[in-house]
Write a protein that binds this ligand. Structure first.
Ligand code: ADP
Ligand code: ADP
Length: 233
């Protein structure tokens, strides 16, 4: 479980010199094994919140607990093992094949090679890419949707209990997005990861989120199940 306690990030506006809150007094729980959608318009603090959870950005106030432990007290490499990060600009390694891209992290973690290859194939299958057809391709030979699928498979390959996903279905055509979302829900039913899914798309939040946290100007405006939000908008 991830718990944000009065989390805060202040920035200084470079033109006006004024301080503003990208994230303000944010207290929120992301339950284990569930998808929590972090929803809100552009600039409301979603990405900043994600980046604070994996320590790419330092909070100016408050605390983040992972399974009850302050993340600031954990070694960054331990944290990275527990938290996977999927962003829209997936940054696949261009000189590696699809299969090698998916296997990179487990290889680095020193897992047995044969097992890692087998699992990479399973994961490709899981995200809807036929391993025999796609495993040997290079990123430049993939469509945007296929590349995003590889990005999801690669994040899953390290088998982190927590996945932070920043607009993972953005920039896809509607059909590709529907298919990848379907595959994603199917995977999640089996793997039961603790997922924080950033999106500005309310339909996506309601469709994929077990919980939805609505942010407005860095502050929590609403939190509940999709049903709660639809009934009490
Ligand atoms: P969202 O992901 O919801 O679009 P962000 O978390 O990216 O929002 O940004 C929240 C606010 O913080 C925005 O006003 C943005 O301009 C500002 N911001 C984000 N990163 C920085 C930064 N490194 N320096 C200054 N301001 C920033
Ligand atoms: P066990 O044999 O008890 O399952 P392992 O050491 O094989 O223990 O696996 C521990 C965890 O690491 C499991 O959650 C498993 O899914 C994951 N894991 C094992 N092998 C790999 C691999 N090659 N790539 C990614 N994750 C792996």
């Amino acid at each position: 479980m991830i718990e944000l306690q009065n989390l805060e990030k202040k920035y200084v506006n470079e033109t006006s010199g004024e301080t503003f809150y990208a994230v303000k007094d944010l207290s929120l729980v992301f339950p284990d094994g569930k998808i929590t959608a972090l929803l809100g318009p552009s600039g409301c603090g979603k990405t900043t919140t994600l980046r604070m959870i994996n320590r790419l950005t330092e909070p100016t106030g408050g605390k983040i607990l992972l399974d009850g432990q302050d993340i600031m007290a954990q070694r960054p490499e331990d944290l990275r093992r527990q938290i996977g990060y999927v962003i829209q600009q997936i940054g696949l390694f261009p000189h590696l094949s699809v299969l090698q891209n998916v296997a990179t992290v487990p290889d680095l973690l020193g897992r047995p090679k044969a097992q890692t290859r087998e699992r990479a194939r399973e994961l490709l299958e899981l995200v809807g890419l036929e391993p025999g057809q796609f495993g040997g391709k290079h990123p430049h030979e993939l469509s945007g949707g296929q590349a995003q699928r590889v990005g999801v498979a690669r994040a899953l390959a390290a088998d982190p209990p927590v996945l932070l996903m920043d607009e993972p279905f953005g920039a896809l055509d509607p059909l590709a997005r529907d298919k990848l979302q379907e595959a994603f829900l199917d995977i999640q039913r089996r793997l039961q990861k603790t997922i924080v899914l950033v999106t500005h798309d309310i339909d996506e939040a309601l469709r994929l989120g077990d919980r939805v946290a609505l942010l407005n100007a860095g502050e929590l405006a609403q939190f509940g199940t999709p049903n709660d939000l639809v009934r009490h908008p």
